[in-house]
Design a binder for this molecule. Sequence first.
Ligand code: COA
Length: 232
Amino acid sequence: MEIDGVVVGVQRLRPYAHGLVWYEGLRVASSHRRRGLARAMLISAIAEAKEQGHREMRLATGNVDAVPLFESVGFEKLVDVRWWRGSRVEGGESARIPGAAEAEKLWPGIARSPGIELYHGVVADFNGARDLGSAELAGLAESGMLRVGPGGRAVAGLRRPWGDNIAVGFIAGSGGALRDLLMALRFEADADGLDDVVVTLPRDHPAADDLRATGYDFANDDDHAYIYALTL
Ligand SMILES: CC(C)(COP(=O)(O)OP(=O)(O)OC[C@H]1O[C@@H](n2cnc3c(N)ncnc32)[C@H](O)[C@@H]1OP(=O)(O)O)[C@@H](O)C(=O)NCCC(=O)NCCS
């Protein structure tokens, strides 16, 4: 957005999966705020995404001021994201990485996993929330980004990290299998020389108890972080 040849606002539309476009980087110069510029830019971005034939636009935000803006144009909240952090631990085995064919078959079990509905069908990944399903599992496995616990009864999907850590975009499973997997991720962080493991988990997810029991701390009690989606 330019006014008299000066850039006063920026935003980015990034196609990141089939039919999906990620909206990010919305910023208006502090000298030009509360004049409707962000709203105008967002509306034009939605029109452009529709024109390009995308089926859905998604975004992540941690700014509570921007939430009424996104909701007023029809975005719906998919995930209320909480962050958990577990430091590296020495001495144990890393979790297994399944092959793509095996990973695909894990989906029916994951779809029944307690709390999975709180992800509302997407991976809690602020780099771009892809659809959570059998194809995603196969894709993650192919790129070495899926981990399974004992007997395939717990699963962790990794995402691209922002720091020196293992970053987890979703987990599934419960009880001992999930706890073993959560510990194995901490062992893997140590084996890879990384500081810790960061798990994004929807608010009120039952795995919070398993995270606590395996030494993870709740990292963002006061923050807000949401994933939103708009059908185009
Ligand atoms: C958030 C931001 C983009 C808003 O830009 P803007 O041009 O001032 O926004 P608009 O004037 O178009 O306002 C649109 C709506 O956003 C909400 N909003 C914007 N700023 C707000 C504030 N400071 N407090 C509360 N609500 C606010 C309001 O609902 C507003 O609608 P209204 O004016 O009809 O009440 C701008 O403050 C900014 O660049 N902030 C820093 C970067 C950032 O946080 N970006 C969002 C990341 S997802």
